[in-house]
Structures are given as C-alpha cells and as structure tokens.
Design a protein around this ligand. Structure first.
Ligand code: BT5
Length: 263
C-alpha cells in the first residue's frame, strides 16, 4: 500500500487525512476502537494487508487474505445511537457508487450490511459504536472488500459459491490505492449528505441498488426465521416483510433469497 500516493491524491476534508497501516493485524475494527479511545479524530483510517481475527456481525469470522481492502474508519457524528446506526447504509451506498464510477460495475446493496455482485458477496460492513440514546462518542465503520484475490482459491470451501472478488468480476487486478481514494471521497460526500439532509435521501439511493426488494426472502435472527416478500426498507432501516400472517418489521437479522416461492 503506497501511503504517500494516497495522501497526494486524496481531496477529502477529513476522511483519510490520517491513515495507519499495518501488514498484519487481528482486526482493523479493534485497532480503530483503540485509536478512537486514544482520541483519534474523525476520518482517521486503519488499514491492514491481512487480518488474522477479523469480525463480521455476531462475532462471525471475516476471512481477510492479502489482496483485499480491509479498513476501518473512525467517525464522530453528533447523533444518538439510533441515528448513527444508519451509517451502515451510507457506507454500503458509498461502496456501490464507487464500484460503479471506477469500474462501471453494477453492484447491489443487500439488507442490512452487504454489497453483492451478481448475487455474491464482494463486501461486508461492520459498524460498531460507543454511543447512547443521546450522543455518540465514536462509530467504527469496518469495510471489507474482496479485491485482488481469487475468492475461489483464497476463501474457505463453504464461501466459494457465495463470495466473489473484484478481480474475478472484472477479470483483472485493480489498484488498491485508487479504490481507497475513490471510496474515501465518496463516503465523505455521502456522510455529509446524511448529516445535513438526513437519512431518507441516502435510503432512496440505497434502495435503487437493492436487488432483493419485491423478492421472496428468508430472514433469520437469533430466535426465529421469517419468510415473506421483502417489501421495503423503512426510514428506521428496518426490513419490511410481507408474510402470510401480515406485515413484519425486522431490525436485525440475516436475509437470504428464498429458493422456493411464497404461496
Ligand atoms: C459482515 O458480517 O459482512 C461484516 C464484515 C466486516 C469485515 C470488515 S474488514 C475490516 C473490518 N475489520 C473487521 O474485523 N471487520 C471489518 P456478516 O454479515 O456477519 O457476515 C459474515 C459472514 O460473511 C461470515 O460468516 C461468512 O459466511 C461470510 N464471509 C466471511 N469472509 C468473507 C469474505 N472475505 N467474503 C465474503 N464473505 C465472507
């Protein structure tokens, strides 16, 4: 990772003005949390070439071989926790728009925290925060992008059909520095829009890329599984599901496309 090239090319106000880089780290989110607690300013980025214990939601493993873009950004929005949680949508939209503008790729947002290319996961996002009902101290936005490796070779067997990398999708290697610069610029712009104009503007754009709306899906949280038609994602970020029993709003869970249609 050529940090001086990144600093030269970045035209952001705060995103990426300070970048910490390590060849190998446990998790960039954990690292960024420590930096935030030590007072790191908004926009500070922690990047690693590989991660040895990277996390997804619910402490699931995130596989992070060399060639990926594994980063965490520290944000300090003046928002209560409920609003700050919507940053996962802002970041997913930033990833999708960056892919489109840099590579002409059409990627999709998938509720709540994924970016897919042709139904396969190319990016996962993990937002963690130190916040309460009234205020947020910091949010760590962790973004993992499968970039310059062959997902079929570098990821475990069970992920081979569900995951994809940019290299495979584009048929060529990409320049990681170029991707990072474009992503930070896009994310900062959308973050400002979110703070100034509110969530609905972001959500409207996010939904334009949401390939699952109108489809039959299954949503599992820790307690139960629901099946129905994904009707909408509402202004709270909840998935609105039309089930046989009526309409359900789901705030947390894993969504998958159903193999069989609803009756
Ligand atoms: C996520 O969780 O998708 C959030 C992933 C966030 C990773 C970034 S990398 C930088 C930062 N530092 C961290 O420690 N984390 C963040 P979730 O929706 O729970 O999905 C996790 C699931 O995705 C796993 O259980 C696997 O099934 C699958 N998975 C793991 N590694 C993958 C990969 N490289 N590509 C595609 N899918 C993967």
């Amino acid at each position: 990772m050529n940090l001086s090239r990144i600093q030269e090319e970045l035209e952001t106000r705060s995103f990426g003005k300070t970048i910490f880089f390590q060849q190998k780290i446990g998790s960039t989110n954990e690292w960024a949390k420590k930096l935030a607690k030590l007072g790191a300013s908004e926009g500070t980025v922690a990047i690693a070439k590989t991660q040895t214990s990277a996390k997804g939601r619910l402490c699931r493993k995130w596989i992070s071989p060399a060639g990926g873009l594994w980063l965490s950004i520290i944000l300090r929005p003046k928002l209560p926790a409920k609003e700050a949680a919507k940053l996962v949508f802002v970041s997913a939209l930033a990833v999708v728009e960056t892919f489109n503008e840099l590579y002409g790729l059409r990627a999709n947002t998938k509720w709540p925290n994924d970016v897919l290319i042709e139904g396969r996961k190319v990016c996962g996002i993990l937002c963690e925060m130190n916040a309460n009902d009234r205020a947020t101290d910091f949010v760590i936005v962790g973004i993992g992008i499968n970039a310059n490796f062959d997902a079929r070779k570098k990821l475990p067997k069970d992920l081979k059909t569900d995951a994809v990398s940019l290299r495979t999708a584009l048929g060529r290697k990409i320049i990681l520095e170029e991707l990072l610069v474009a992503l930070l610029a896009k994310f900062e712009t959308l973050y400002q829009t979110f703070l100034k104009e509110g969530f609905n503007k972001i959500l409207k754009e996010w939904k334009k890329h949401a390939g699952f709306l109108g489809c039959t899906v299954e949503v599992a949280d820790q307690a139960k599984k629901l099946r129905g038609t994904a009707q909408d994602v509402d202004s709270e970020g909840a998935l609105v599901l039309k089930t046989k029993e009526g309409t359900a709003r789901v705030f947390v869970g894993d969504m998958s496309m159903s193999k069989t249609a609803t009756s």
